[in-house]
Design a protein around this ligand. Structure first.
Ligand code: ADP
Ligand code: MG
Length: 676
């Protein structure tokens, strides 16, 4: 037996020379382990033609009977039809726009075609996704199909993997032995072999499960290590006496809901025990997250720390600033607002006070991340709408203190399974109760043909003292054409539809002060209608607003629609949301029906996740998770849950350096320990 390949490392650069080298590097398969972790995206069943089934992904070996070019009638597409036969029947392979292929398939030669098959008019056909002009002898089984790049044939890639597959034997196993025995998972090397070159479906399933489970286990262990290093920070534990509690609570002009009280207690626990807090606070729009964050901030202030609250938009930052200064107006707590584009003199003065510790709470936008922002003793960072900030931005703010506490807030709840994966069960707080006096919003989907009827209902509401948002979707605020149509739209509302009411417009390209001035007029009741691009999504708090109309509602995602809806239903009046739009796709119809039916933000999030999938939902970059090699957050919840339980049971007995080594091996050097 030749053991030389095993003495080589998994970190070795993949050595490919010649024609396919650039194609491999385009796939970013740099190291041996990357190639091994480039798993097939599908499998084709190697079968004889008689055993084909419609819709099957098959790999069929046969002799070329004919090969000819044809043209489709309607579109000017060139078809190449290749007929192959084995002892059990014939199959037609259809290629589009590759006329040169006819020359390569010479009658009489043996070939293999792989791809989805179809049966119509008594004949089998296939649109091959790959082919092989020099196929190995036929054996039943599964044929891997890889994601490819131009200039790389499926079989070339399969060959590379085949040459390296023995090295899977030196991939370290993150599972402790006791757990391995208990689970009876397929060993790593065997699992890699079966996933790349399965002998049959059962072995493939067992192999995939073995690798997925290990991947999730590794991630869970990574999270544990991060948490443990945080738990070792003892410096930040503050003292919270009853007296402080009472003083802090008095600043709020209302009584906390039960849910808020529970979360406050969770925060107190985090802040007063050793270890850095890293908590996710989830709650529907308007559920009172900011109030709770401020409570935590007050506890920190009293212990001599400063706090930072960062929000993704200027409107939102201003809103927090207005609310919080209002709560604290009778105190000596100094709250300041830092936005981009401030005059330098004013900013310098503010920064001097911040560095001196004379500012206690600094609220702002991304400007907070700039180098010139230096705190004296930053103890708590609050991220509002935390998913809008990337990993690096979160790290940048944190770096301004000596490992300060972190409170990440989100009104776009991550479904429970996922948030537990990212944060751990104990580090997620949920406000699942709205402050009293809110009425559920009635949501209706209005087709174009019924718009005028809806306008009349809105007119009646406005006459009755209601105020309305008209939201116009912009794909990007920088698109001039789109912006123009938003402005035209506002003009139409003002001149044609509601001439008797006062209409204002805010959009993303307006200077911040101008924007704030318009919102202020709406808040004061000087405007009846606020036409807006999505800037109202977060931040505007006008309890008198009882109507929202969303134009082209089919262009918004489900969670975004729900966020927008949170802007109404904040006062005594019954509130309405009208969704205007004639969606073309079935998925958009599903979204609009779902938003009319469901009011609960967490249920919305679950549905949204199902519709969109995890990647799109949080975005792996934002979540701080690496790109998974084989596990799938959508499909593999069960394995994920199991890995989480096992990680907490077996975690203490796992060798830390082994976990670090595995994380680095699979996800690369640049990949730091999970940092969400
Ligand atoms: P969130 O940050 O979750 O969107 P906020 O903390 O901004 O929610 O609260 C939304 C509105 O509700 C604010 O005007 C706030 O003053 C008010 N509010 C918060 N908590 C309560 C409460 N317990 N009772 C009454 N009003 C509250
Ligand atoms: Mg908020």
């Amino acid at each position: 037996m030749d053991l030389t390949p095993l003495t080589e490392s998994l970190d070795d650069a993949v050595r490919v020379v010649g024609r396919v080298a650039p194609a491999i590097s385009r796939l970013k398969l740099k190291r041996v382990i990357d190639l091994l972790n480039h798993f097939p995206r599908a499998y084709n069943q190697r079968v004889g033609i008689a055993a084909l089934k419609p819709g099957m992904y098959a790999s069929v070996t046969g002799q070329v009977l004919s090969a000819e070019n044809k043209a489709t009638k309607r579109r000017r597409m060139k078809l190449t039809e290749i007929v192959i036969g084995d002892e059990s029947g014939t199959l037609k392979g259809v290629f589009f726009n590759q006329p040169w292929l006819t020359g390569r398939f010479k009658p009489g030669m043996k070939v293999r075609l792989s791809g989805p098959v179809d049966y119509a008019y008594g004949a089998w056909s296939m649109k091959p996704s790959s082919f092989d002009l020099n196929p190995p002898p036929f054996t039943p089984g599964l044929e891997p199909e890889y994601a490819l790049s131009e200039g790389l044939a499926n079989d070339d890639l399969a060959d590379f993997v085949r040459k390296l597959i023995d090295r899977a034997a030196i991939i370290p196993d993150p599972l402790p032995e006791a757990l391995r025995d208990q689970l009876r998972l397929m060993p790593i090397a065997e699992a890699y072999r079966q996933v790349h070159f399965p002998e049959h479906g059962k072995a493939l399933d067992a192999g995939r499960l073995a690798l997925k489970y290990r991947e999730f286990f590794l991630l869970q262990m990574g999270l544990r290590l991060r948490r443990r290093s945080e738990a070792e920070d003892t410096e930040l534990a503050i003292t919270i006496g009853d007296d402080l509690r009472e003083r802090a609570i008095k600043y709020f002009p209302f009584e906390f809901t039960k849910a808020q009280q529970r979360v406050c207690a969770e925060l107190e626990q985090d802040l007063s025990t050793p270890g850095r807090m890293h908590r996710l606070l989830q709650g529907d729009v308007g559920s009172g997250k900011t109030a709770v964050a401020l409570y935590a901030a007050l506890l920190m202030l009293d212990n001599g720390y400063q706090c930072a609250i960062i929000a993704p938009t200027e409107v939102l930052a201003r809103q927090h600033y207005a609310n919080i200064s209002n709560y604290l107006k009778a105190t000596r707590v100094r709250v300041e607002l830092l936005l981009g584009g401030m005059k330098k003199t004013a900013r310098d003065a503010m920064m001097a006070d911040l560095a001196d510790g004379r500012i206690h709470i600094l609220i702002g936008t991304h400007a907070l991340l700039e180098d010139y922002v230096q705190f004296k003793r930053l103890g708590l960072c609050v991220f509002d709408e935390q998913h809008k900030f990337g990993v690096n931005q979160r790290a940048a703010l944190r770096a301004k203190g000596n490992r300060p506490h972190i409170l990440a807030m989100s009104a776009t709840p991550i479904p429970r399974t996922l948030s537990m994966t990212l944060y751990g069960a104990l580090d997620v707080s949920i406000i699942d109760e709205l402050p009293p006096g809110r009425t559920p919003v009635v949501t209706e989907w209005v087709q174009r043909s019924r718009e005028s009827a809806a306008y009349e209902r809105i007119r009646a509401e406005l006459k009755d003292g209601g105020r309305a948002y008209f939201v116009y979707p912009l794909v990007s605020d920088s698109d001039k054409l789109e912006l123009k149509s938003a402005i035209t739209y506002a003009e139409e509302l003002k001149n044609d539809v509601f001439p008797e009411f006062r209409v204002g417009l805010v959009h993303g390209q307006m200077p911040g002060e101008e924007k704030e001035a318009v919102v202020q007029r709406f808040r004061n009741g000087e405007l009846d209608i606020l036409a807006a691009t999505v800037v109202v999504e977060v931040g505007v708090d006008v309890p008198e607003a009882s109507i929202m109309v969303i134009e082209n509602a089919e262009r918004f995602g489900l969670s975004q629609l729900h966020q927008l809806r949170g802007r109404v239903g904040r006062g005594r009046k019954q509130s309405y949301l009208f969704l205007f739009g004639d969606p073309k796709s079935g998925e958009a119809v599903d979204r609009l029906t779902a938003i009319c039916r469901i009011n609960d933000g967490f249920k919305i999030a679950e549905v949204d996740l199902k519709m969109r999938g995890f990647g799109d939902f949080v975005g792996t970059r934002q979540s701080g998770l690496p790109k998974l090699a084989i596990g799938d957050f959508d499909a593999d919840f069960e394995a994920l849950n199991r890995a989480r339980t096992d990680a907490s049971r077996f975690g203490p007995s796992v060798d830390e350096s082994l976990i670090r080594m595995c994380l680095e091996l699979h996800y690369g050097r640049k990949y730091r320990l999970l940092d969400v």
